[in-house]
Write a protein that binds this ligand. Structure first.
Ligand code: IMP
Length: 194
C-alpha cells in the first residue's frame, strides 16, 4: 500500500476517499492519524489557493505525497459568492442555518437562481502540484427543503432534478456530487500511475 496524506480532519470524508482509493493500492491518512488536531488555516482567496496551501503545509511537515481539498457554492447572480467563503458566509461560529438564511436574503429579489458546487483537489506528488476538479450545476431553491446531508444541501437542486440534495439518500447524492466528481478526476490520474 502507498500512503497518501490528506489535509482533512473530517472522518467521514477520509473514510469515503479511502474506500475509493484503497482498490488502487493507496491508504489515506487524515490529520488526526498524523497527530494534528487543528484544521490547517485556509488563508487563500480561491479554492485552488486553499487546496494548495493545505497540501503544501503537509508536504513541508512530512515530506510525503499528500493532497487537500476545498469546496465552495458558487452562485451566478452573486458573482460566484459565497464561493471560497461558503463555510463561514454568515460569520463564526459556522452555522449551516445562518449561512442558508444569509444566502436566501441575498437572493430575495434575484430571479437567476443558477449555482454550482465546485470541489478542487491539490495533489503534491514528488514535490509537484497537480489540480483536479469536480462540478455539479443546479439552482438555489426559494426555501430550505429536506433534512439529509449538510451545509447548503436543503437549498441546492441539481440540474435535471426537482428535489434538493437534502431530499436525496447519501448514495444518490454521492453519485453526482462535486466531491465525487473531483475524486473521480483524482482517481483517474492515480490509476495511470499503476
Ligand atoms: P469544505 O471545503 O468541504 O469544508 O466545504 C466548505 C463549505 O462548503 C462547507 O462548510 C459547506 O458549507 C459547503 N459545502 C461543501 N460541500 C457541500 C455539500 O456537499 N453540500 C452542501 N454544502 C457543502
Amino acid at each position: 500500500m502507498k500512503t497518501l496524506l490528506f489535509a482533512s480532519g473530517n472522518a467521514h470524508k477520509i473514510e469515503e476517499i479511502n474506500a475509493v482509493l484503497a482498490p488502487l493500492g493507496y491508504q489515506v491518512q487524515g490529520l488526526h492519524a498524523l497527530g494534528l488536531q487543528e484544521d490547517i488555516p485556509e488563508t487563500g482567496t480561491t479554492l485552488d489557493e486553499n487546496a494548495a496551501i493545505k497540501a503544501a503545509y503537509l508536504y513541508e511537515k512530512f515530506g510525503k505525497d499528500c493532497f487537500a481539498d476545498d469546496t465552495g457554492l458558487e452562485v451566478e447572480a452573486l458573482n460566484g459568492a459565497p464561493g471560497v467563503y461558503s463555510a463561514r458566509y454568515a460569520g463564526t461560529p459556522k452555522s449551516d442555518a445562518n449561512n442558508m438564511a444569509k444566502l436566501l436574503e441575498a437572493m430575495a429579489a434575484v430571479t437567476n437562481r443558477k449555482a454550482q458546487f465546485r470541489t478542487v483537489f491539490c495533489l503534491i506528488e514528488a514535490g509537484e502540484k497537480h489540480f483536479f476538479e469536480g462540478v455539479v450545476t443546479g439552482s438555489i431553491a426559494e426555501e430550505p427543503v429536506g433534512t439529509a446531508g449538510f451545509g447548503y444541501d436543503p437549498l441546492f437542486i441539481p440540474t435535471g432534478e426537482s428535489r434538493t440534495f437534502a431530499q436525496m439518500a447519501a448514495a444518490e447524492k454521492n453519485k453526482i456530487s462535486h466531491r465525487a466528481r473531483a475524486v473521480a478526476d483524482l482517481m483517474s490520474y492515480l490509476k495511470k500511475r499503476l
